[in-house]
Design a protein around this ligand. Sequence first.
Ligand code: PLP
Length: 396
Amino acid sequence: MYPSLMPFFDHNATTPLHPAARAAWLEAADRFWANPSSLYGQATAARDLLADCRERLADSLGCNDPGRIVFPSGATAANNLLARHLSTSAPPDAVALVSPIEHPAVDASIRAAFPGRVHETGVDSEGVVAPEAVAGALDGAGHRPIAVVSIMAASNESGVLQPWQDLASLCRDRHIPFHTDASQWLGKLPAVGLAGCDWVTGSGHKFGGPRGVGFLVVPADSRFRGDLGGPQEQGQHAGTENLPGIAGMVAALEARERDLSTIAKQGAAQRDAAIELLRELLPAGKVVSGNAERLWNTLAILIPGADSRKLVAALDRAGIEASTGSACSSGAASAARVVAAIALSLGLAPGAPAGMVRFSAGPDTTAADWQAAMHALAEAVIANAGPARPPRVDLR
Ligand code: PLP
């Protein structure tokens, strides 16, 4: 189905374009190129296509009001819009509540919007945010107004799933807005029901759509004004709409949703078989969040004494494309903080060297790909093994 990029194990960073997305993108770019805001016939056709895309995405999300959806340029842009909107619409003393495992696109934008007014929920040893932890953190905020509770639906690092349905319902009962960044959930698990959250973020290129397009679901009564500028998207998000991108993203999600139950079942079986093999080949490797419910496509492995970047480079030489974690920014090895937290939760001594490799499969990944990946990892660990170097002290 996809171009021959396999074995590609970095689908949590980005995905190849789904053929349905490519066809929809090309058709919109060729036939519906007019500006949807203009007043002549061709523009009406573009406007109709935009409305159709919005309705179909609303359908996929179980949302009965397509007007709640706006189309920013990706999940980072969506999360920044959300944070900025909340910082200007919430009372000046309002606080925000986030989990400690949010993607920087949520964490940094919320912290910038609520300086010194961000509270963190607890997570259990598997990285799960229990509703009780959120309830406790909300109680801890005292009488201050809560602008938002933001908890991701599925982790880009470990694939761990958060009980967003229960968290949304807890927040609804307390009349507190709930946001979930569903960038990693969408296209891997059913989208329907997500619109039950007040705010939802999605990103096209994480599920076979084009890059540079995403969406934000906003509450019906939010008077959301995401950007200053033109009156596009019912005055909610300024700027000429990226119609080919939107059409491609919606087509990709629909295509993924059609095959989801087969893909998810098959993917989970392959991933579990890979874990069995890993136990034989590399008993020291620890599966991150291994006892929690996780995305069927994600396997993050912590290896005591290893260096993440060296392992990823060795895997690359063996023809396996994986990552150190931290999704989009994995090349920067900014995973160090995350790896340290995970290592602690897996019982490693604080400061003990450890590397993490994340494999994230796609719909076309085969059992043979997974086996090749586990063999290549074990070989890379053996080849890179050596006495752990003491931390370097820079005296300058
Ligand atoms: N949120 C999550 C959970 C992600 O995994 C990512 C990318 O890895 C993003 C946001 C950023 O997405 P985008 O590239 O669409 O800005």
